[in-house]
Design a protein around this ligand. Structure first.
Ligand code: IMP
Ligand code: MG
Length: 176
């Protein structure tokens, strides 16, 4: 297991919270008085979803799904597994997918295709805390994101290295 001293700070807790609050304010205007389903893509998005949701003031419902694309360590497998997708009837609903990070975009593409195949939404948007645009392979963009990041392996605030360090309140990177 890598040591916390090997994690170099990148985005402070304060910057995370400031940008998340701004995004929530934007959603509060866009979805004023409308019911919104937040779909949290576990496990990485758990912190982002919780902090964002606390600032929202429209009626909010929360759903949780699990996908995986990173096998172990820091290399992307490129293949996405639907580990657990159980959702209520989302036809005619307003949905915001909450993701920690878009990297190659395979996960986002898989999920959007899956959801659009199964439901006719009133509105669906893809929201990622972090966007590694330089790594994009799949043809997909986030509708909303808080930070564009370089091609570094990031940990903290939901993001893990072999299951560790999701609990950090900031985001850092490790040299791999
Ligand atoms: P994609 O399918 O390549 O876009 O990868 C998306 C998923 O890979 C994310 O939802 C994360 O769970 C994971 N991931 C991508 N980049 C990182 C990173 O730098 N640190 C930790 N997890 C990452
Ligand atoms: Mg994720």
């Amino acid at each position: 297991m890598i040591k916390e001293t090997e994690i170099k700070p990148l985005i402070s807790e304060e910057r995370l919270q400031t940008e998340i609050k701004k995004l929530a304010d934007k959603f509060n205007k866009i979805y004023k008085n409308k019911e919104v389903y937040l779909i949290c893509v576990l496990k990485g998005s758990v912190m982002f979803m919780a902090d964002l949701a606390k600032h929202l003031n429209m009626p909010v419902k929360m759903e949780f799904i699990r996908l995986s694309s990173y096998g172990s360590g820091t290399t992307s497998s490129g293949k996405v597994n639907a580990v657990d997708i159980k959702l209520p009837d989302l036809n005619n609903k307003n949905v915001i997918i909450i993701e920690d990070i878009i990297d190659t975009g395979h996960t986002a593409k898989f999920l959007m295709d899956f959801l659009n195949h199964n439901f006719k939404f009133n509105d669906i948007k893809f929201c990622a805390l972090l966007d590694k645009k330089c790594k994009r392979v799949a043809n997909i963009e986030a509708d909303y994101y808080c930070f564009e990041v370089d091609d570094k392996y990031l940990v903290g605030y939901g993001l893990d290295i072999d299951g560790n360090y999701r609990n950090l309140p900031y985001i850092g990177y490790i040299e791999v």
